[in-house]
Design a protein around this ligand. Sequence first.
Ligand code: SF4
Length: 161
Amino acid sequence: MITSADLEEKFKSGRKVLTSEGKTPGRIGFIHCVGSRDEKVGNLYCSKVCCVTGVKQAIELKEMFPSSEVFNFYMDLRMFDRHFEELYYEAQQKWGVSFIRGRLSECSENPDGSIILKTEDTLTGKPLKMTVDLLVLLSGFVPSGGTRGISKRGCIPCRGA
Ligand code: SF4
């Protein structure tokens, strides 16, 4: 299990993207809204960039591993800014990335390092159980201490501060 920041670092440095067992991932899952829009962690705001990051990284993994299956689990997709909606269509139509609307309810690791996901497909209303080789968490953003300080002085309104 890695975060989208870890994955981006691998892309940038040219390091191989492998499973925890050092294998090429055959099935990859992305979980949207990790740490954002979640009352339990106290962050109700949308981080705004993780949906497009998830779509971009899903395409990059399909380019890297054409025979892999890639699934994005989302609550609702928020593709802010121009041309991002087109990227979402490209991910589905050109690259075969699957988008499943559903919030993850449970996640556990098998002895071989693969990960079991339990969720509900909220479009069909059916529970879903799936095993993936690599799980990418689209973690949200929180303001830094400095940003919080500036916000508290009233200069810039800041969510999460
Ligand atoms: S994953 Fe999408 S909907 Fe969720 S917080 Fe990030 S941008 Fe917002």
